[in-house]
Design a protein around this ligand. Structure first.
Ligand SMILES: [Zn+2]
Ligand SMILES: [Zn+2]
Length: 328
């Protein structure tokens, strides 16, 4: 039998006092200056978009002392509705009734007011949280092709084709534990030059090119972190052109290459770096093993042992490792 009601993931909880206090404090800060929740614009393209949001927020903010008007404005669906709902908090005597939502791996509490989507309420009420405040601008950024970068010391908005700010890069690569220099971020086990050129190194590695930055994570580090590097990074930015990001796997054996079947799962954050590496390389190995038997037979001469066959090809050290693997 079908249940008539859908389950809703949000649920009410008795809120810890500190959380209530924090939300009201933030509402008071917004009453003083509602534009603190907006990103700083780095160029005219972004400014054109943000200025419209600014105007909508200003209209609501002008009514900050009128609870009746705020109540009405809180029914607006956009971010200004969430601002109105949040400003209502400073008028109520009682502690706000808090709802909870799961964002990533965190339980987020927020005050449910008006009709704005919960993402917008969460963003407005947590404007000082680099990850949560981005929730308020996702739709806007995608629609208007602007990028947002959010970190501990900055919140910046710029044209879709803009490069990420230097400070942002430092923050985000420090967060995920990669060395960062200029336009390359990597674990200590990958040679910078090889990574830049996408050439094989001592270990298999994941090579991501996002905007102007090349990112490399070796297989051991991927296994240790058990994370999806691109997904971890993207908690701190919105890039409408994220689909242009290139994700490649560079095997230490040059013979191992091909398509990445699990690419979409990776881009959606469903699998980790380690899973992408192991699944892909496993497939490439199978493919290579099954295809190379033919080469052995098709070769003009026949060889009794694998060793003789390999020697006849006069491989270099590198090729030899590969051949031994294929023919084993
Ligand atoms: Zn380096
Ligand atoms: Zn490594």
């Amino acid at each position: 039998m079908k249940r008539p009601k859908r389950r809703i993931r949000t649920f009410a909880k008795t809120a810890p006092k500190t959380k209530e206090k924090k939300l009201i404090e933030n509402a008071k800060k917004l009453a003083k200056d509602p534009f603190i929740l907006l990103p700083t614009c780095n160029d005219k393209g972004a400014e054109k978009v943000i200025i419209k949001v600014r105007k909508r927020i200003e209209k609501v903010w002008k009514n900050r002392n009128d609870i009746k008007k705020l109540e009405k404005l809180a029914n607006k669906k956009g971010i200004e509705g969430a601002v109105a709902g949040t400003l209502m908090l400073i008028h109520s005597e009682k502690a706000p009734y808090l709802a909870s939502a799961r964002i990533g791996n965190r339980d987020i509490m927020y005050a449910l007011r008006g009709k704005a989507r919960k993402e917008l309420l969460i963003a407005v009420q947590n404007f000082d949280d680099p990850i949560l405040r981005l929730l308020g601008f996702r739709e806007l950024a995608m629609k208007n092709k602007i990028c947002l970068y959010s970190w501990d010391n900055g919140f910046v908005c710029s044209r879709g084709d803009s490069k990420p700010p230097e400070d942002f890069n430092k923050f985000v690569f420090d967060k995920i534990g990669l060395r960062f220099e200029k336009d390359i971020a990597h674990c200590s086990h990958i040679d910078k030059k090889r990574l830049r050129n996408g050439e094989p190194d001592k270990e298999d590695y994941l090579r991501i090119k996002w905007k102007n930055i090349v990112i490399g994570v070796c297989r051991s580090c991927a296994n240790k972190s058990n994370k999806n590097t691109l997904f971890e990074m993207s908690k701190y930015f919105i890039d409408p052109n994220i689909g242009d990001t290139s994700v490649k796997i560079v095997s230490r054996l040059p013979e191992l290459k091909g398509e990445i079947d699990e690419l979409n799962d990776y881009l959606d954050g469903k699998i980790t770096d380690a899973q992408l590496l192991s699944k892909t390389i496993e497939k490439w190995k199978k493919k290579l093993k099954s295809s190379d038997r033919r080469i052995l037979i098709a070769d003009g001469k026949s060889y009794d042992t694998v060793e003789e066959f390999i020697d006849s090809l006069k491989p270099n050290r590198y090729e030899k490792i590969g051949l031994e693997f294929i023919l084993s």
